[in-house]
Design a binder for this molecule. Structure first.
Ligand SMILES: [Zn+2]
Length: 50
């Protein structure tokens, strides 16, 4: 699973990723949250509606 890292400005593999459900204005959405393996910045990717 890959996500965009804003610091590295490229797609990176999500390290230590886990699924979380977040309440957004448009309803609950599932995200894969983890860290960038290069710089350690938090990265996330939308998986879909929860
Ligand atoms: Zn990074």
């Amino acid at each position: 699973m890959q996500a965009y890292c804003v610091k590295c400005r490229k797609m990176v593999g999500i390290q230590g990723g886990k699924e979380v459900v977040v309440d957004t204005k448009r309803g609950k959405k599932k995200f894969m949250m983890g860290a960038c393996p290069i710089c350690g910045t938090k990265v996330s990717r939308v998986l879909g509606n929860a």
